[in-house]
Ligand binder design. Structure first.
Ligand SMILES: Cc1cc2nc3c(=O)[nH]c(=O)nc-3n(C[C@H](O)[C@H](O)[C@H](O)COP(=O)(O)OP(=O)(O)OC[C@H]3O[C@@H](n4cnc5c(N)ncnc54)[C@H](O)[C@@H]3O)c2cc1C
Length: 228
């Protein structure tokens, strides 16, 4: 039909769905109705057209995929987010209690991204009502003549705490850390501790809220370009 012809006129990727057992979608409590299945999960899936079109199909619902799905859905794209295991499973890299965030990198392009991300984390927490990031000062320790360490301190705008000037006040952490001879310590304000699994859940919830379809226990086994 005309709709189908229009779609095939541009590069379209076909999503091949496989290994979809009964009750396949995890009923994440924060997902809206359209993104959930129940005990009759296959019926819910079967009720949908066999082939649907999306602007963006994200493979993998770790932190990267979940963020990507949210970002695309926020910009109005029709998004499908697919995960081969249960949502929030523990078999990838993104689960767990904590991750750290810092701005002190030797590569100069990272700190501006970290500053931008701090604002985006704030936006996501405000929009979701989740609290996932605890901002903290970040302490770097390294050899005083190490170029990578020095570049990290400079790029991250960190304040050198040690070796301290003779008349400088003794920092609060001085009793907790011993800075080895020949080493330096620097503190920056853009550190933080992230609740990892909760952050993934937050972006999945936000993506679904923005209309993304979220499916777990759905492994992508093939990507094929449709005839153009
Ligand atoms: C122990 C540890 C500590 C870390 N500490 C930090 C830290 O402090 N700070 C920091 O910034 N980073 C840290 N990282 C790195 C960070 O956690 C990872 O970079 C990040 O989680 C990667 O996310 P991801 O979404 O790319 O990958 P993953 O979380 O692995 O997600 C990939 C997803 O894709 C799914 N998938 C794969 N193939 C398919 C398919 N064919 N069909 C459907 N689904 C599929 C997988 O099941 C998985 O859920 C740490 C990592 C580890 C392991």
């Amino acid at each position: 039909d005309g709709h189908r012809l229009r779609l095939t006129a541009k590069p379209v990727f076909k999503y091949t769905q496989a290994r979809l057992p009964p009750g396949s979608c995890f009923a994440h409590p924060s997902l809206p109705e359209h993104a959930r299945t129940t005990d009759t999960g296959t019926a819910t899936m079967a009720a949908q057209p066999a082939e649907r079109s999306f602007d963006v199909i994200v493979v993998g619902a770790g932190i990267m995929g979940s963020c990507a799905a949210h970002a695309a859905a926020s910009r109005g794209a029709r998004v499908l987010l697919l995960e081969q295991f249960d949502l929030l499973h523990q078999r990838g890299s993104s689960h767990g209690e904590s991750r750290t965030i810092r701005a002190t990198y030797p590569q100069p392009h990272y700190p501006p991204m970290v500053r931008l991300s701090r604002r985006l984390w704030d936006d996501a927490q405000r929009d979701s009502g989740y609290a996932v990031l605890t901002p903290t000062p970040h302490l770097d320790l390294g050899p005083r003549d190490d170029p990578a360490f020095l570049a990290s301190v400079a790029n991250g705008g960190a304040t050198v705490l040690a070796p301290a000037a003779a008349d400088a006040p003794r920092p609060a952490w001085a009793e907790a850390f011993r800075v080895p001879d020949g080493w330096a310590a620097a503190s920056s304000e853009l550190g933080g501790v992230m609740k990892a699994t909760k952050a993934v859940a937050m972006f999945q919830a936000l993506a679904a809220k923005m209309g993304a379809v979220v499916r777990d226990r759905t492994e992508v086994v093939d990507v094929a370009r449709k005839g153009v």
